[in-house]
Design a protein around this ligand. Structure first.
Ligand code: HPA
Ligand code: ZN
Length: 341
């Protein structure tokens, strides 16, 4: 049964909508890039790095995640990082991805904004050509830095036109409510960027409301704490606001105590438009397929549930309507071919 479940998920056409490119940096590549750029790492070996990935909360993860980013220096480094993810995505039949990157993590270290974007975009274009994986790049502002720094980052992005389609908000959530970033998100919306935001991961349901009403978020990243507020849950369901849920991340960062207690199933039962994603797979022990499988095994999701989640991933994407419909149809055809309806 386990093999059947995994092979069904593997072949299922899927979109990934919550994926930090910096969070796909595997220790092997981290060590290669450290050598290439003469950067010292706080780990003795690849194995020791993996062993250090034990987290007590979001901040304890972010400390290692930002430290790992120090090896990313040249355009080729950002290309290699993105390409490694795309190779993996192709193996998992991910047809579309809307990855995040954190420009401030790099510009604060003296790496040019253009170096980062050009490396990432070149890999994304090659991914479309080589694997047929479509993509929409989203730039995330770090909410533990100042709104002025976010505004400056938006100014940088404007020079790169439509290569960046959206803005998001990530990093340490508690104590950094969405309201702090009202102005820069207003400017981003005015400039035509799509808007998403991390909210309700560690932060309270009020942060989800703030993301919707103050930032104008079209999609909520994580959002698992919405269930604590019935009115909010009803509104998210009614308005079909997508929530990009990351099961393995939530367990590893102790947002939930165990996968068996993950709210994904309850969110689906509440009529929410939920999708499954991997967040920072190099740090959380699994890519997209592993997230579907772990959630399905712990929560008793059926193959039909998994096909519904995959279909939702396209519906919740920023793809144009005809492509979204075509991809959804592919999911249905795949499910039908496996006797799932
Ligand atoms: N939450 C907030 N910020 C992040 C995350 C996350 O899961 N991953 C990378 N930056
Ligand atoms: Zn995230």
């Amino acid at each position: 049964m386990t093999t059947d479940l995994r092979s069904f998920v593997l072949g299922l056409p899927k979109a990934e909508l919550h994926l930090h490119l910096e969070g796909t940096l595997e220790p092997e590549l981290m060590f290669d890039l450290a050598e290439r750029n003469h950067v010292a790492l706080p780990y003795e070996s690849v194995e020791k790095a993996r062993l250090a990935y034990e987290f007590s909360d979001l901040q304890s993860f972010l400390d290692l995640y930002y430290a790992g980013c120090s090896v990313l220096v040249s355009e080729q480094d950002f290309y290699d990082l993105t390409w490694a993810y795309l190779v993996r995505a192709a193996e998992e039949n991910i047809r579309h991805v809307e990855p995040f990157f954190d420009p401030q993590t790099h510009t604060e270290r003296g790496v040019h904004f253009g170096t980062v974007v050009t490396g990432i975009m070149r890999a994304l274009e090659d991914g479309t050509e080589r694997f047929g994986i479509t993509s929409r790049l989203i730039m995330s502002f770090l909410r533990d830095l100042s709104p002025a720094s976010a505004a400056q980052t938006l100014e940088h992005a404007r020079r790169y036109g439509r290569r960046i389609v959206g803005v998001g908000l990530d990093s340490a959530e508690l104590g950094h409510p969405p309201e702090d970033f009202e102005e820069v998100f207003h400017a981003a919306r005015d400039a035509g960027y799509r808007v998403v935001a991390h909210a309700g991961e560690e932060g309270p349901p009020e942060y989800i409301l703030g993301a919707l009403d103050v930032l104008g978020a079209e999609r909520i990243d994580h959002g698992v704490r919405c269930l604590e507020d019935q009115m909010l849950t009803a509104r998210l369901a009614m308005d079909r606001v997508p929530l990009t849920v990351c099961p393995l991340s939530n367990v590893r960062l102790k947002v939930v105590p165990a996968m068996a207690e993950h709210p994904l199933r309850r969110m689906m039962d509440a009529g929410l438009l939920v999708t499954v994603n991997s967040d920072d797979p190099a740090y959380f022990g699994g890519y997209l397929v592993e997230n579907y499988v772990a959630a399905a095994e712990a929560l008793g999701l059926s193959l039909k549930d998994l096909a519904d989640l995959a279909e939702a991933s396209f519906r919740a994407s920023f793809l144009d309507e005809p492509t979204r419909l075509a991809r959804s149809r592919e999911v249905r055809e795949y499910a039908d071919a496996h006797g799932v309806r």
